[in-house]
Design a binder for this molecule. Sequence first.
Ligand SMILES: C[S@@+](CC[C@H](N)C(=O)[O-])C[C@H]1O[C@@H](n2cnc3c(N)ncnc32)[C@H](O)[C@@H]1O
Length: 323
Amino acid sequence: MSNYLQTTKELYKDAAITPDVGLCCTTSPIWQLPGLSIPNKMQQMNYGCGTTVHPRDLANNPKVLYVGVGGGMELLQFSYFNRQIQGVIGVDVVDEMLKASAQNFVKAEEENDWFQKDFIDLRKGDALNLPIEDNSVDVAAQNCLFNIFKADDLKKALDEMFRVLKPHGRLVMSDPICNQFMPKYLREDEKLRALCLSGAIPMDDYIKMLTDAGFGTIEVRAKRPYRILSPNHYDIDHNIIIESLEVAAIKDPMPEDGPCIFTGKAAIFYGNDEYFDDKKGHVLMQNQPLAVCDKTAAALASLQRDDIHITDSTYFYDGGGCC
Ligand SMILES: C[S@@+](CC[C@H](N)C(=O)[O-])C[C@H]1O[C@@H](n2cnc3c(N)ncnc32)[C@H](O)[C@@H]1O
């Protein structure tokens, strides 16, 4: 096993035994939902950098897989929507993390009358070799783990998620990204990598890893401030900005003309007709925004019409629109 994977396991073994508040941290607030109480220790062990729990993924009691359980907070949140015995499978490679999260689920059962610890099926396993059957999961999630992996391992982890998802199933992820150059010595620093600080790759590379794995539809759901590596603390001459990205990758067939990547663009037709039809499945009603993927946005822009406006990416895509 590579050293950095071993360093990662040791770091999270320690973070399981002694909660490390602020190890990862996010601007997205902890979920406040009616009847949901998140035990204190679970909150202290929130080692994610965003959220992967989106109610619109969770209709019809999907089978959920969560890789890299941490203190179990997001598994509890998934269970809030799922409420099935063994409805949420949690996989982690660190024994101490499995044990700590199991204890947190016992506490969660005491605090939530709707929750049973048996809603969670905890399994020891590695993201690089999941103990899960092919095509058996509707929603797979990971938060702040895959950024730690180097390219070859990230490819393996994504291939594993693709393998276990049912057709049209979705992989929901939250990870740090960094669009600036990261010096090699920071990238090679195993501890910084394990802390989710120096493995971050540019957003476009991250999305390409997903489409290369075969996911035909990508949704960039949120992009938020995360961390700064500064010359005050590292041997660098300018700040390196790290953001956290929330993405869903959907196991739709790959379109012949390439993946549909939604980054929050919209097209607005403001001509004199009632609507504009591009004859490729996109009908723009007069002065009504239609969410479009980047491919459709580029195709509409290439028409060079003076009655269609294409907005910039917001990186906060929330469903709907073309394709
Ligand atoms: C940064 S923490 C994130 C925890 C959780 N997702 C959250 O948001 O709080 C990374 C988690 O992945 C686990 N982990 C580390 N390496 C792993 C691997 N190769 N396979 C599965 N889990 C792993 C750690 O034990 C830890 O629970």
